[in-house]
Structure formats: C-alpha cells, structure tokens
Ligand binder design. Sequence first.
Ligand SMILES: [Zn+2]
Length: 141
Amino acid sequence: MTTITDALVAFLRARLDETEATALAVPTIEGTVPPAHFKQSTWPKDEGKVLMGTAADFPVPTAEHAAHIAAHDPASVVADVAAKRTLLAFHWTHIASTDEGERPGCVVCGYVTGAGCPTLLALASAYAEHRDYDRSWALPL
Ligand SMILES: [Zn+2]
C-alpha cells in the first residue's frame, strides 16, 4: 500500500538530495579560511563595511546579511540535510486497525487519518513552490 507519507518521504528525499548536491558542489579552498565567513573591513575607505568572503572577500550590505550567508555555508547545509534525513527515518508508516478498517499512520505522530504524517507535511511545506509539491499536502490552517 502506497501512502501519502510514502509520497512525502520520496518528495523530501529528492529535495534533500538536491540541496545536498548543491552544497557539495561549492568548491572548497585551500588554507585556513573557511568557505564562508565574514568580518569587518579595517581598510579606511570601506568605512567599517562587512566583508563576506571565500578566497577573496567582497562587501555585503550589512552584518545581518553576512551572518545569514555564513549560516548557510555548505557545511551547515549538509548538516541540516542530515538532520532532516534522520527525521524522515523516524516517521515511517504503519498500518493501524481502526473502526473504519486498516488505515496508514505514522509510528511517531500516531495519527491514523490517512492525511499524511503532520511532521513530514510540515517539512514538505518549505518546498510548496516546487513543481512536484502536491497541493493536497498543505497543512490545515
Ligand atoms: Zn510522523
């Protein structure tokens, strides 16, 4: 029996594979500079600009922009993908006997509505604009 949760898992695995592949495609650099970092320029003409950089620093608008970019460096993205894959591994389908017959449910979330694991629905909502996202997965408001 293929369930909504099975479809969600396949969809999420594909998105995580894409995200990880993009992160791993970022070239690494030799030396002691991390792939993403930021610092405040000490060059007087920069007037305290924040520099975001890899091998050659470049200015970014604000320290908040730089912090955001640094938080999404390839290593952070790969760690996030690994954590989400662990969530996927925990939320698997079981078939429960109910008054209405056998219904698929999530072993962690405990639902047996057949509407899909709410945790996976929430994870999938981050990709709601993806062409493969099924609008029936939208979380109820
Ligand atoms: Zn679940």
